[in-house]
Design a binder for this molecule. Structure first.
Ligand SMILES: Cc1ncc(COP(=O)(O)O)c(C=O)c1O
Length: 479
């Protein structure tokens, strides 16, 4: 059984292990550490962002940590953003940066795309909050059903968190089983069921081939970890063994075909196919969490990999930048939500579900995201990965690159990153130094140095990005 010896409490730190003095280097006569380089980037950042610092101090009075979203917090404090247009964002100090993260992969056609702006303006002139369904939701659903192989029917919610919550709930009702199968290092939002082994401390995480079920933060009831069966991503042999051992209890297995948190790590050949085969055989609902990986192809990464799950969850791209989520899949599973034949087997309400404003932005974005757009962003993602690999080889930095199509990420480790354990070998200090260094050079990535491409990024933007990364690595001693 996939159980820890005892209940594991508070097992989380952000993945990244220090690498001792590997990144020390000799610069002239001075021995410089990556810690010194990070401090210099922090000093420059503070000098460039005084108004954000003042805003942060004000925010701290009312908001714990100064914000409502830990995933975009970074020390010493985040730059407060006041505008976005195309590829550029402007902060409170007037710094203009090229945005290569697009609200954590959301904005596939860039900030303030004219079609999306018009659709939202049109909707504003009609009204934006109704006590009944709006017609635009029908077109929105039709697009997902047409494009995404697994989706026969779909429902909209307001976040990816609600999407995975509902897909898991549906799987439990459909199968009559309770347990959730998930991957170590897999992030699926902030509801309880999935707050297990997202980033467990290795001291608590157990054997890599049979990971423990580790709670991600305090306050989770013990049934959360007891109800989760954790498995090693991209290791089909051990996943299959664990799934078979828990087959009588497993309602579903949820997996990101491209693991976001570990650096947009693609599925290894045969992994998704293997999961599909064993879950089909055992009557377990397979859920693909495509909140991020929907970027990989117009029909999601399930189209890219040619593997069709039973259920799919969405967020980010499909709402055009407004709060959004959706879950869809097999009609027999989705029919659990149907209230038209008396009481639905699974209840589902939500004041803002399928709201007309998000539907307008979502439809406009999905229609603007043509096959040509997907081809372009995917190709440019490949250009970035190739150029980064060439740069890393040239300057002999202990780094790597992961990603697929428009998604790319820097890895601050010489190890090939395929799963949570290998991503833990990243050097955290170097990650921070490069992230802040790039901000100082006018580029925004995610705090763990992940990036995306949107349809409005140009080849000149990419040239400038690579030049900036070269410069920042140079400041770290890799030149
Ligand atoms: C794969 C995945 N699933 C679910 C979520 C949760 O989505 P949201 O932040 O909209 O709740 C995220 C958010 O980043 C995600 O990356």
């Amino acid at each position: 059984m996939n159980k820890p010896a005892g209940r594991v409490r508070r097992g989380v730190v952000f993945p990244c292990a220090p690498h001792g003095d590997r990144s020390q280097y000799q610069s002239g006569v001075k021995l410089m550490t990556v810690q010194d380089a990070l401090q210099r980037e922090i000093d420059t950042y503070i000098a460039q962002n005084p108004k954000s610092q003042a805003l942060n101090e004000e925010a701290l009075k009312y908001l714990p940590g100064g914000d409502s979203r830990n995933s975009i917090y970074w020390p010493p404090y985040p730059a407060y953003i006041v505008g976005g247009d195309g590829t550029r964002i402007t902060d409170a100090d007037g710094n203009v940066r090229t945005d290569f993260i697009n609200n954590m992969t959301t904005l596939i056609v860039g900030h303030r795309n004219p079609d999306v702006v018009k659709a939202m303006q049109d909707q504003v002139s009609e009204g934006w909050s109704y006590p009944g369904p709006s017609p635009s939701q029908i077109r929105w659903a039709e697009i997902l059903v047409e494009r995404v192989p697994s989706v026969e029917q779909v429902r909209f919610v307001n976040s990816g968190t609600e999407a995975t919550l509902n897909a898991i709930r549906a799987a439990r009702a459909f199968t009559g089983r309770e347990k959730l199968g998930k991957m170590e290092g897999g992030y699926h939002g902030t509801h309880d069921s999935v707050a297990v082994s997202v980033a467990p401390k290795l001291d608590f995480a157990g054997n890599g081939t049979e990971p423990n079920s580790v709670e991600d933060y305090e306050g989770l009831p013990s049934y959360v970890t007891d109800g989760a069966v954790v498995m090693p991503i991209n290791d089909i042999e051990n996943c299959e063994r664990i799934i078979r051992a828990n087959a009588d209890d497993l309602a579903c297995v949820i997996v990101e075909p491209v693991n976001g948190r570990n650096g947009f790590v693609p599925a290894e050949p045969g992994f998704l196919e293997g999961l599909r085969a064993v879950t089909s055989e055992l009557g377990i609902v397979l859920i693909f969490d495509e909140v991020i990986s929907f970027r990989v192809a117009r029909g999601g990464s399930q189209e890219h990999y040619g593997v069709t799950p039973d259920m799919t969850t969405f967020g980010k791209v499909i709402g055009g930048g407004l709060p959004v989520g959706a879950f869809g899949g097999r009609a027999d599973i989705m029919s659990l939500y149907d209230p038209s034949n008396g009481a639905p087997r699974v209840q589902h309400a939500g004041t803002f579900n399928g709201n007309p404003m998000t539907a307008a932005a979502g439809v406009a974005t999905l229609e603007a995201a043509t096959p040509e757009v997907y081809e372009y962003v995917g190709r440019m993602g490949g250009v970035i990965r190739d150029r980064l690999r060439a740069l890393i080889a040239e300057v002999e930095a202990p780094m790597g690159v992961t990603g697929v199509e428009s998604l790319w990420a820097l890895q601050f480790t010489p190890e090939r990153v395929t799963d949570y354990r290998s991503s833990m070998t990243n050097d955290k200090t170097m990650t921070r130094a490069v992230f802040l260094g790039l901000q100082n050079e006018g580029f925004l990535l995610s705090p763990s140095c992940q990036g995306t491409v949107s349809s409005v990024h140009t080849e000149e933007d990419i040239d400038a990005l690579i030049a900036a990364i070269r410069k920042v690595l140079g400041r770290l001693g890799y030149a």
